[in-house]
Design a protein around this ligand. Structure first.
Ligand SMILES: *Cc1c(COP(=O)(O)O)cnc(C)c1O
Length: 464
């Protein structure tokens, strides 16, 4: 069995935590973010041995390196089988470029991968804890539904989701408001930023100290570890198939492209790389919220407030919560206010990471182009990623093509209007979204003010 991994805070003002502690706390007490102190390596032989395994088996092989001491192996195995009971399609697009569709989970976004595993972990942990855990989540669409779905029915855990009704699509709203049970959904008459601010204030409010509040956003390390798995999966499947399965495991490099907003998905790839996945270059593509590409090129970090509204709405983030982690991994320090207190090694970051910003026009052009040239249907987020990979190809790939994969983070059927308007096709509804229209909705409505929100939390959960 592996040694338990320790988790430290990016602010380095608290002792290291176990996985269990980090999961239940969400954010560290010094307001930093947890990161693993050790990255247990995946050797070439181990990667080679995973080539013909199923997704749940690969998830188990990767995650058990972090769960030692928190969950026993048989439990983890069962959780992986339960959480990952859907397809993870890897499509060949052109040359050596591929698309990984992370959209076949119950809410049709990649967030299902991590939300489901984190919910399972917390459910097991809460069996040994007193009282109830209350998870607060602000969402502009996909986080709320993935989290609500994942935690639905989990004993001793309650979920409160705040959403801005004008910024989420009807389908996205229904995915959250038709769940009920231990999930409370609140339409806040304001913007996503208001929802986020209310949640942040609640976490810091001494009046709520008697309620055990935590987060299921990607500040929680539980959202990142499961996101390392699909990069390992893509690698062992693609490198195995292309390089041939000889006696020696193939360890050719790969280029991975991740459309990014809060950079949690990208941190999954960073963790996989730390474990030994031979990622030659990590391409990160943002929409017009380009604070990270600018930071990488100039070394100057400035938040974008309010964030810019783009068609890839789940990536409309002007101050990504995971940037502090990336800065830390490269030897710098960004504090909880977003101030860079110590510069990371920018040269190394630029060697490892290629960052681009893609406009809405380019996003739509990419949806059109991918459909016309390759018959591939992309939705806006995946199109930002694909456009980023194409840009990398034009600017950096000279002679031999590297193996590459770009991720599609949501199902095109979540954005039917946009797809219809751009390529004249109505994407087929995946089984997970069928019947959604008919389900009854229930949610509360609240002004964008903190006090009524605090009162609701006290009334509902104080004596829980
Ligand atoms: C959340 C989300 C993203 C952005 O992921 P981050 O981890 O925040 O970078 C991209 N695409 C879709 C569809 C999403 O829901």
């Amino acid at each position: 069995m592996n040694e338990p991994v320790h988790f430290y805070s990016t602010n380095r003002n608290v002792p290291t935590a176990t996985l269990g502690e980090a999961l239940l706390q969400g954010q560290a007490a010094d307001r930093g973010l947890f990161l693993p102190r050790e990255y247990p390596p995946l050797s070439a032989d181990e990667l080679g041995a995973l080539a013909d395994r199923t997704y749940p088996e690969i998830a188990h092989a990767v995650l058990r390196r972090y769960t030692a001491g928190a969950f026993d192996d048989a439990t983890l195995k069962r959780l992986c089988e339960d959480a990952y009971d859907y397809d993870v399609p890897l499509e060949h697009v052109t040359g050596r470029r591929h698309l990984m569709r992370l959209d076949r989970g119950p809410t049709a976004s990649f967030k299902d991968f991590a939300a489901r595993m984190m919910a399972s972990w917390m459910s097991v942990l809460m069996q040994n804890e007193d009282g109830e855990l209350v998870i607060l989540t602000a969402t502009s669409g996909d986080t709320g539904s993935a989290v609500a779905h994942a935690y639905h029915g989990v004993e001793r855990v309650r979920v409160v989701v705040l959403f801005p009704p004008d910024e989420v699509s009807g389908r996205q709203r229904k995915q959250m408001t038709t769940i009920a049970g231990n999930v409370t959904t609140i339409a806040v008459q304001g913007q996503f930023d208001d929802c986020q601010a209310m949640v942040k204030r609640a976490f810091a409010d001494p009046d709520l100290a008697s309620i055990r509040l935590t987060s299921a956003n990607s500040i929680n390390i539980g959202r990142l570890l499961p996101q390392a798995v699909y990069y390992v999966y893509a690698y062992v499947k693609l490198a195995g198939a292309i390089g041939g399965r000889g006696t020696r495991p193939t360890l050719e490099p790969i280029v991975i492209c991740v459309p990014s907003g809060n950079f949690g998905d990208m941190m999954g790839a960073v963790i996989a790389r730390k474990m030994g996945l031979p990622i030659e270059r990590l391409v990160i593509a943002t929409n017009a919220n380009d604070e990270v590409p600018i930071f990488l090129s100039t070394g100057k970090y400035e938040k974008i407030a309010p964030s810019r509204v783009c068609i890839s709405n789940a990536m409309n983030v002007g101050h990504p919560s995971n940037l502090a982690r990336l800065v830390d991994v490269y030897g710098g320090w960004m504090d909880e206010t977003g101030t860079v207190r110590e510069q990371p090694d920018l040269e190394q970051m630029r060697r490892d990471i290629y960052a681009v910003s893609i406009s809405d026009d380019e996003t739509r052009a990419t949806i059109r182009d991918a459909f016309e040239r390759y018959g591939v249907i992309l939705e806006p987020h995946g199109a930002v990623g694909w456009a980023g990979l194409e840009r990398y190809w034009r600017e950096c790939v000279t002679d031999s093509e590297p193996l590459a994969v770009s991720v599609e983070t949501a199902h095109p059927a979540k954005f039917p209007e946009e797809i219809q308007a751009t390529i004249g096709v109505n994407p087929e509804t995946p089984p997970s979204l069928v019947g959604l229209e008919e389900r009854p909705e229930s949610y509360e409505t609240m002004p964008a003010e903190y006090e009524p929100f605090r009162d609701l939390l006290l009334k509902r959960f104080q004596y829980a």
